[in-house]
Ligand binder design. Structure first.
Ligand code: NAP
Length: 262
């Protein structure tokens, strides 16, 4: 018996990085996993790999720049499976060339980024929750960021949108708990994916790690392991959690980094 046997799950943006690892772990733990992706050929290859490793997987079309596809990706799974037990809203990000501080940043860019990220949770939740309720419940897991709880000097649209996702997570948790729908968010720290590594210098990463008590960059598996827990019935009494998977970043005294000598 595997931890996610008989569960149908969907992960948005699962061709690379954190989403890819989440899809693999869900598939490896017994769930039939749908990869919701814009590059269907890449998604199909990954689904085939999951199947070759003894799991079960399929693909559905999703492109965040076409908001209708949040609805159609859920509909497609419901039509095929009649249920969706686990929804992982992994899509999200920002444009580091446009997302600055409040004064420097462009107003239109700010609201575009906030909308893009916030609707990536709001729209699929609106679509899936009635099906989960009809089916006796389900688990929604939103990928936020540690930055959503620690104000920063830049990327204001990104962190504000993720803070809104935290609030949406807890509102959904309260609004549908009685009908068996759980909703939790994972707040990753610095994780080694293209999104993070392409935008950060080695020097920045070195300085950043001085403030990470566990003293390493996270791996996509670190996030995927937490997702499996929140997807499984092992977490059946947990909802509205904003769980930090960040190596302890933000936990110590602000003077902590200064005390590291190595
Ligand atoms: P990533 O490695 O850059 O992967 C991005 C994924 O998003 C790819 O699968 C990509 O698909 C997909 N994607 C991009 N634009 C899309 C669109 N318009 N429609 C559909 N899919 C699209 O990103 P990541 O680092 O894994 O980030 C995943 C989540 O973790 C995000 O919500 C991010 O905010 C959060 N997070 C990451 C970190 C970190 O340090 N990495 C930290 C905190 C939070 P293609 O392959 O087709 O391009």
């Amino acid at each position: 018996m595997k931890r996610l046997d008989n569960k149908i799950s969907l992960v948005t943006s699962s061709t690379r990085g954190i989403g890819l690892e989440i899809a693999k772990k869900l598939g490896g733990n017994g769930s039939k996993v749908y990869l919701a992706v814009r590059r269907l050929d890449a998604g199909k290859k990954i689904a085939d790999e999951i199947i070759a490793n003894g799991g079960n997987a399929d693909i559905v079309y999703f492109d965040a720049s076409k908001p209708d596809t949040y609805k159609t990706m859920i509909e497609e799974v419901i039509n095929k499976e009649k249920r969706l037990d686990v929804l992982v809203n992994n899509y999200g990000g920002t444009n580091v060339k446009a997302d600055f501080d409040v004064v420097t940043g462009n107003t239109e860019d700010f609201f575009r980024i906030v909308q893009d990220n916030l609707q990536s949770v709001y729209l699929p939740c609106k679509e899936v929750i009635p099906h989960m309720i009809r089916n006796g419940g389900g688990s929604i897991i939103n990928i936020s960021t540690i930055g959503s709880v620690i104000p920063d000097l830049s990327r204001v649209a990104y962190v504000v949108s993720k803070a809104a996702i935290n609030s949406l997570t807890q509102n959904i948790a309260v609004q549908y708990a009685k009908q068996g729908v759980r909703c939790n968010a994972i707040l990753p720290g610095l994780i080694a994916t293209d999104a993070a590594m392409d935008n950060m210098s080695e020097e920045f990463i070195k300085g950043f790690l001085r403030h990470v008590p566990l003293n390493r960059v996270g791996k996509p598996e670190d996030i995927a392991n937490a997702v499996v827990f929140y997807a499984s019935d092992e977490s059946s009494f947990i909802t509205g959690d904003l769980i930090e998977v960040a190596g302890g970043f933000g936990l110590p005294t602000p003077l902590y980094g200064d005390s590291i000598t190595k």
